[in-house]
Design a protein around this ligand. Structure first.
Ligand code: PLP
Length: 392
């Protein structure tokens, strides 16, 4: 029985799977059972920053698996320490907590915010409309879109939203009882939408006035993808807590909460924890990824190649104004807004051996490995040109 049939028979139907049977990854390519090589411009949705089979990552995993695959968090563990030292040094945040996934670090940050809030007479947690922070009930309590929330209530109390990129909505939402604000500085699932300069300015002003914790969700945008180590660094604003996941485990499940000394202090032993968080193999892989990104300055590479990609996509949007209306994003986190649904373009690209994906129904998303070169951008844009031409 083909893989898709086996899946349909066995699994809860939560995913729309692609009609592909991938057997191997090599660099920036995925290879299907029939031998077709696909250029992967999705990278496991911004996970595989170094592509597939990177020797440094594979070696780190092999060596750590031989030493030990799991110890409980009763033990201090060298791979955790190494990754913690790398991430705190690179980010400037002195404290870290490791979890297993994006939604789990969102939960952890919400717990920190609640405790910090209790100590400061504040309670409410706020986030932007159109955001995506994960699938657990805590994360859903801070999201407004019915497609994620419908049928899963009731949600947590004292959680609310403000209009994304609307300074006046933010002004009326924030009060003296606001404990924390959670923000993606470039919304990913919501359609590659960057925070506007004006909105970031209002955020900084309100933070100085009301003293709430600002939590940056850098789960999709972090670790150099946008041309800065974090997307918030494109703005003049300083979060208290930064959330990372996706790329930091080199493809293994890992998330991290980075905090200022002040914000991190609210948790004492026993208040928060996880069995697998900071798994040593994931941390060893993560340390290899972070070292490679820092040593090769892939953040700068993402900025350079991203600028080239952005201008190539903008030229296409200009050439086909009836098909595409806007190109947004930064570094290698880019989106093209189509005038209509995007799934058919994704399928047409796949037929040309290029994998991209569509988010928010009408936005083509490009979040490739950070190691792509100009030839990969050119190949993608040539295929996209054919697809947009077909559409007009
Ligand atoms: N936050 C952002 C910005 C994300 O893009 C995602 C996943 O796409 C999450 C949170 C949730 O991460 P995970 O799927 O690892 O729970």
């Amino acid at each position: 029985m083909a893989m898709l049939d086996r899946e349909a028979a066995l699994f809860l139907h939560t995913y729309k799977r692609l009609p592909l049977e991938i057997v191997r990854g090599e660099g920036v390519h995925l290879i299907a059972r029939d031998g077709t090589r696909y250029l992967d411009m999705v990278a496991g949705i911004a996970v595989n920053a170094l592509g597939y089979g990177h020797p440094r990552v594979v070696k780190a995993i092999e060596e750590q698996a031989r030493a030990y695959i799991h110890l409980s968090n009763y033990f201090v563990q060298e791979p955790q320490l190494r990754l913690a030292e790398l991430l705190t040094a690179a980010s400037g945040y002195p404290k870290i907590f490791f979890a297993n996934s994006g939604t789990e670090v969102v939960e952890g940050a919400m717990k920190i915010a609640r405790r910090w809030g209790q100590q400061h007479g504040k309670e409410t947690l706020l986030a932007a409309t159109n955001a995506f922070h994960g699938r657990t009930l805590g994360a859903l309590s801070l999201m407004d879109r019915p497609k994620y929330r419908e049928g899963f209530g009731p949600f947590l109390d004292s959680c609310g939203t403000f209009e994304f990129n609307d300074p006046s909505s933010l002004r009326s939402a924030v009060t003296s009882s606001t404990a924390a604000l959670l923000v993606e500085f470039i919304q990913g699932e919501g359609g590659i939408r960057p925070v506007s300069r004006e909105f970031a300015g209002t955020l900084a002003e309100l933070k100085a006035h009301h003293r709430f914790l600002l939590i940056a969700d850098e789960i999709q945008s972090g670790l150099g993808r946008t041309g800065k180590f974090f997307a918030f660094q494109h703005y003049d604003v300083q979060p208290d807590i930064v959330l990372m996941a996706k790329p930091i485990g080199g493809g293994l499940p890992l998330g991290a909460i980075l905090t200022t000394a002040d914000a991190g202090e609210v948790l004492a032993p026993g208040m928060h924890g996880t069995t697998f968080g900071g798994n040593p193999v994931a941390c060893a892989a993560g340390a290899a990824v972070v070292e490679e990104i820092l040593q090769r300055d892939l953040t700068n590479h993402a900025e350079q190649i991203g600028a080239y990609f952005l201008s190539s996509l903008r030229s296409l949007a200009k050439e086909f104004p009836r098909a595409a209306s806007e190109v947004r994003g930064s570094g290698l986190m880019l989106g093209m807004e189509l005038n209509g649904e995007g799934d058919s373009v994704v399928a047409a690209m796949r037929a040309r051996n290029v994998l991209i994906n569509c988010t928010d129904q009408t936005v083509l998303r490009f979040v490739p490995p950070l190691v792509i070169g100009r030839s990969h951008v050119d190949e993608t844009c040539a295929a996209l040109r054919d697809c947009l031409k077909e559409r007009t």
